[in-house]
Design a protein around this ligand. Structure first.
Ligand code: FAD
Ligand code: DLZ
Ligand code: SF4
Length: 516
């Protein structure tokens, strides 16, 4: 009795967590709880639930191994309260601590709920800031204050200066440039082989979790079969080390490439580990920089990789906390179309979408360009409702958490925030996918045709998007090219493209809200 109850959420599985730093092993108890509310606030991919539950159980085992008292609630515990607040109340009743300490959740919904813990628990509750990010939410607010527009590139440079990653003694960026993105746009050659990622044989804990997930969440989108993720910090480091050894040197060159049957190419697949706490962003960036300094990986690869974590990951988190809760309601392009059923079934003749949905179902993973330029661009040009699109992205990926998913979807993919996160919509015709992948070669549609039964649907949808959003986008200097082309287009041609888009959109089978 007495001591402190330290609550650790399922995405806070870091031994150095702010709430565990001053832990007294002789007096304190750590609470971890598997609860239906967190597993079903959206119907997460079963592999994501398996990752979180197995990693939580392994984390509890690690703490117990250090002699720390752990109160662990399994999902099928008959007394399970069903949500985190209920579990904290139950633990307070059992353990009778003097106070509760937790790190505030990264998701607005749960952070708000945690604010009420003190009142319902009847003991003081201290909520600490999550210091597993390079930039605090206050720091981001200060950076954003007074700026006319918020651009990742400028934020990223400040983060480079603040952390010293890829900065030389004279304060200049390594290699003389801040950003090597121009060098990172190669398509993957036909013969290119990709090394496999590190896979982990499930141990007894994971096997029990996989059975539980199959029984309780088997109806969710996605398969738990073949689960082979890392479930401890040690394994996640091994997975990352294998990436550094085998893939990092080519990460930059093929960052935007896509290939049939090769979901990973040279990407790291570490988002799920970073976001639940198994990997530390600082250690990951430092290791990548070392690979460059040791001559193992070129600068375009290492700068590109570090920019994703030090730049994009921090930037989207900053935007999320700056703009929530209103950001979740943004729909500046007034897009209202429901989600096509093929986002869930993969049943479409569009090879690019089929490929991405199928690998998402089996792997709970797609790489950035697949998310942005295939499903993302389709959602944008077809005018899909941002709420439906956000729901899908939050469900289907093992690394999905609202703080990172929402800005990427609402801001980057859909331009539904009107340009807070990015300076222009990523709208594109089929030409982009054709340039960066071999999907079109395996597709029943013809990427070169704009109208007719065999025309690639992206082509007409693109021009329909440009045309119907003229009043909102024409004034954007970065959109001057498509609007100049549109102006020169014969009215009959534009009419035919609009008709083609309409016929295609009318032919789609749309999913009912709440169906999945
Ligand atoms: P790599 O390409 O190997 O990059 C390394 C790491 O950089 C990633 O693990 C991630 O932590 C970080 N990173 C890269 N790009 C971004 C980005 N745009 N925003 C934030 N971090 C980034 N990422 C998520 O973590 N969760 C999501 O729910 C998510 N939803 C997305 C939705 C859309 C529409 C788009 C366009 C992007 C989304 N991303 C999301 C960002 C990015 O696609 C994933 O982080 C990345 O694909 C994860 O795979 P990886 O670990 O192989 O990444
Ligand atoms: C994602 C997730 C899942 C599936 N299950 C749990 C859980 O049972 N218990 C828990 O503490 N956390 C879980 N999580 C992570 C939370 O949803 C996450 O902490 C919030 O979304 C805030 O980011
Ligand atoms: Fe996708 Fe069009 Fe290429 Fe088919 S032709 S794979 S629909 S971009």
């Amino acid at each position: 009795m007495g001591g402190t109850l330290r609550v650790v959420l399922g995405d806070q599985l870091s031994r150095g967590l702010a709430s565990l730093q001053d832990l007294d092993p002789d007096a304190d108890t750590v609470l971890l709880a598997e609860v239906m509310a967190e597993a079903t606030y959206v119907r997460h991919h079963p592999k994501k639930i398996a990752l979180i539950f197995s990693a939580m159980r392994h984390f509890a085992q690690q703490l117990e191994g250090e002699g720390i008292a752990v109160a662990y609630t399994k999902l099928d515990d008959p007394d399970n309260a069903g949500d985190l607040t209920g579990e904290v109340v139950r633990a307070v009743t059992r353990v009778a601590p003097e106070r509760v300490i937790a790190v505030s959740a990264q998701e607005h919904r749960l952070a708000q709920e945690m604010q009420g813990w003190s009142e319902v628990c009847g003991v003081p509750v201290e909520l600490r800031a999550d210091d597993r990010f390079f930039c605090s939410t206050d720091g981001f607010e200060q950076w954003a204050r007074g700026r006319k527009s918020l651009r990742m590139e400028f934020f990223y440079r400040e983060m480079r200066r603040a952390t010293g990653f890829l900065i030389e003694a004279d304060g200049q960026p390594t290699g003389g440039r801040w950003n090597y993105d121009q060098d990172n746009r190669k398509a993957a050659p036909d013969a290119l082989g990709t090394p496999d990622r590190r896979r982990f044989q499930p141990d007894a804990i994971t096997r029990e979790v996989v059975d539980l997930v199959r029984a309780r969440f088997g109806h969710h989108f996605g398969a738990v079969d073949g689960f082979d993720y890392a479930v401890t910090a040690e394994q996640a480091e091994q997975a990352f080390e294998a990436f550094v050894r085998d893939k990092l040197p080519s990460f930059g060159d093929y960052q935007d490439a896509m290939k049939v049957g090769q979901p990973l190419l040279f990407h790291a697949q570490i988002g799920a580990y970073l976001n639940c706490g198994l990997l530390d962003p600082y250690a990951v960036c430092a290791r990548a920089e070392k690979a460059y300094r040791d001559g193992h990986a070129p600068l375009n690869a290492v700068e590109g990789f570090i920019r994703q974590i030090l730049g994009w990951r921090e930037f989207v988190r900053g935007i999320y906390w700056l703009k929530m809760p209103g950001y979740a309601q943004e729909n500046r392009l007034n897009a209202t179309r429901p989600l096509p059923r093929f986002f869930w079934t993969g049943k479409t003749d569009m090879r690019c979408i089929h490929e991405v949905v199928e690998q998402t179902r089996t792997e709970a993973y797609a790489h950035h360009i697949q998310r942005l330029m295939v499903t993302g661009v389709f959602a944008l040009v077809a005018g899909l409702d941002p709420r439906a699109v956000n729901y899908w992205y939050l469900v289907v990926y093992a690394d999905a958490y609202e703080w990172v998913e929402l800005p990427n979807v609402t801001g980057m993919a859909l331009y539904a925030d009107g340009g807070v996160l990015g300076s222009k919509p990523y709208a594109a015709s089929g030409k982009y996918i054709d340039r960066m992948s071999d999907y079109c070669r395996h597709c029943r549609y013809d990427v070169k045709q704009q109208t007719g039964p065999d025309a690639c649907p992206f082509n007409a949808l693109y021009w329909d998007f440009i045309d119907r959003n003229r009043d909102k986008l024409e004034g954007n200097p970065r959109m001057s090219m498509p609007y100049a082309t549109l102006k020169k287009m014969q009215p009959e041609k534009l009419q035919a493209l609009r008709q083609q888009a309409e016929t295609f959109l009318n032919s789609i089978d749309y999913a009912e809200e709440g169906e999945w």
